[in-house]
Design a protein around this ligand. Structure first.
Ligand code: B12
Ligand code: SF4
Length: 503
């Protein structure tokens, strides 16, 4: 029997999301290969579970999805162990890390094949070719070694998303109850994760989506998204959805069609979009989204510096003025803008790097005055290998390079790098990191956000009062008193480590 094991490595302590990556990979082989799901998030000891499957002797393939951060850790340790103990098993990696850092993965000695980008055709075609002995060269989206040389096949055109097989929710439910994936969030008691499109039409120079999709985007139709959301609601009790698309709002038409369909279902929803795209939406469209349950949208505001925006935001039209005006505009529609900022980009001198951090802090404070409900998420810039981009060239010139050996990513400093907390970028000095993190702590106390739904009105008031002095005089050093309060009251969600939002 040539069965397939599909593994989602551990990624979060609580609030697990439907593992859409392996779910969609499962869909691609449904009815053709027998397969099992193993989710590291739902296992006390995933190795024992994997081992019990492998010991049956029925499995020939181990497929693992890999994103940077903690997932990578379990992916490396477990795949290596499988190769050592079960050398006949073919190991296949997919996901953002595998595609973006393919050189270190494929030369590790324990990853046999990488599916580079969508696996909907590449994965079943690879399995078929491995069994028939056919050439792999004609299969798109593959990376493998031949005579120690890395071969990369061509990237396929994005497929019509409505033509893909249905997601095997029922099968997943036989391994792990689907209800266990519907977590409590600011949006609802049972929040589902759904992914409705691939890629993004833009080419921001810091973004991990660009090297894989290169300005391509394809989405499912509104009807299909509605069908799946309604299924999750009717059969499993979902009352909210977070859309995991890199850019859910590319098409105003699709968004509005979906809003019309979902309007009477009493579903709250959230997604990620661009300010300059949604700013072009008509007022009627924003109203219809709000009426249909859209509560919050995540935007890459990035910085208040127009020069840097130009450097980062290729193909876009975002400006500091627009970021401010848009925050004000969203107030009218009762949709919370969740703005993420990237601080700590390279500059010519240390002084300029530091000055840029100060001016972004001032800009964030201005946004909070314009629309205090705006949620702010601060990331420290960590490079992505977007070869050829102006930003990546500057990053390399400033002395940064990625590990060349896969296992080096297990080093504590590289694990932190992935979480965008300690980026190992030589131009960013420790005092600058302290300032960014200190500001973040003070800001989150001054404006505990609506998605911190666990704290009471009184606790909010106390935090605001205690942090006022620091906030008003820009004093962000050692905010220990606030950290203690946040630890006790907020269990402050770290979007950098546990994901983007909404816990
Ligand atoms: C859900 C999610 C999470 C969840 C993890 C849930 C889980 N899997 O258990 C949480 C919230 C915990 C999380 C955390 C993080 N995430 Co995350 N996450 C996502 C998100 C939004 C969706 C992933 C998903 O389900 N996609 C849907 C599936 C269907 O698409 P897919 O994964 O691309 O799968 C297709 C192909 O890639 C391929 N494929 C994928 N896996 C496999 C495996 C095999 C065997 C095969 C054959 C094919 C294959 O085939 C699939 C079908 O076509 C993505 C963005 C995105 N839109 O994908 C970011 C994303 C992957 N995350 C990212 C990051 C950086 C992180 C963090 C490290 C930091 C952060 N602040 O978000 C943390 C820490 C990770 C950790 N704790 O391990 C980045 C990765 C960037 C990079 N440099 O590579 C992304 C791309 C977001 C972004 N645009 O920056 N994340
Ligand atoms: S708009 Fe967002 S997803 Fe698209 S390239 Fe820019 S950062 Fe990446």
């Amino acid at each position: 029997m040539h069965k397939v094991l599909l593994f989602n490595p551990w990624s979060a302590h609580y609030g697990w999301r439907i593992p859409n990556s392996i779910l969609q990979v499962g869909a691609s082989i449904e009815g053709k290969w027998d397969y099992a799901f193993v989710d590291g998030n739902r296992e006390v000891d995933p190795w024992q579970t994997l081992k019990s499957y492998l010991d049956t002797g029925e499995f020939s393939y181990f497929g693992c999805t890999v994103m940077p951060g903690p997932q990578l850790k379990q992916a490396i340790i477990i795949t290596k162990k499988i190769k050592e103990l079960y050398p006949i098993i073919t190991t296949i990696w997919g996901g953002y890390f595998a595609s973006n850092q393919y050189k270190s993965c494929i030369t590790s000695g324990f990853v046999d094949y990488i599916v580079d980008g969508p696996g909907d055709l590449a994965f079943p075609n690879l399995l078929k070719a491995l069994e028939s002995g056919d050439s792999l060269l004609l299969i798109d989206n593959l990376i493998y070694l031949e005579n120690s040389k890395i071969l990369k096949t061509k990237r396929e055109t994005l497929l019509d998303q409505d033509s893909l097989p249905q997601l095997p929710y029922e099968k997943l439910d036989t391994f792990y109850s689907l209800k266990g994936y519907l977590r409590k969030s600011y949006l609802g008691k049972h929040t589902a994760a759904y992914h409705s499109s691939f890629g993004c039409p833009f080419t921001c120079s810091f973004c991990a989506v660009v090297p894989i999709y290169n300005a391509r985007w394809k989405g499912k139709s509104a009807e299909l998204i509605y069908r799946d959301v309604k299924y999750l609601k009717d059969v499993h009790g979902a009352d909210a959805v977070e859309f995991h698309d890199n850019n859910f709002f590319v098409s105003e038409k699709r968004t509005i069609e979906f809003s019309k369909l979902i309007k009477n279902e009493n579903i709250k929803w959230w997604g990620e979009g661009r300010i300059d795209t949604i700013n072009k939406y008509k007022d009627d469209s924003l109203k219809s989204m709000s009426d249909a349950g859209c509560k919050m949208i995540f935007f890459g505001a990035e910085t208040g510096n127009d020069e840097i925006l130009k450097q980062m935001d290729k193909g876009g039209t975002q400006t500091a003025e627009q970021i401010k005006r848009f925050a004000a505009r969203m107030k009218k529609f009762d949709i919370i803008p969740e703005y993420s900022f990237v601080l700590g980009l390279p500059a010519e001198t240390e002084e300029q790097v530091n000055q840029q951090i100060d001016s972004d802090i001032a800009f964030i404070k201005e946004i909070k005055l314009i629309n205090p409900d705006t949620e702010i998420i601060i990331y420290i810039y960590s490079p992505v290998p977007t070869e050829g981009s102006e930003l990546y060239e500057s990053v390399k010139q400033n002395g940064f390079s990625f590990p060349t050996k896969l296992e080096d990513w297990l080093e504590p400093q590289w694990q932190k790098f992935d979480l965008r907390r300690n980026p190992l970028t030589p131009w960013l000095k420790p005092y600058m990191i302290d300032k960014i993190q200190g500001f973040e702590t003070v800001l989150n106390s001054q404006y505990p956000t609506v998605s911190d739904f666990k704290i009471s009105a009184l606790q909010r008031k106390v935090m605001k009062l205690i942090s006022s002095f620091r906030y008003n005089v820009n004093f962000y050093k050692y905010p220990y008193e606030l950290k203690v309060l946040q630890k006790i009251w907020l269990r402050y969600r770290r979007p950098e480590t546990e994901g983007f939002s909404l816990d």
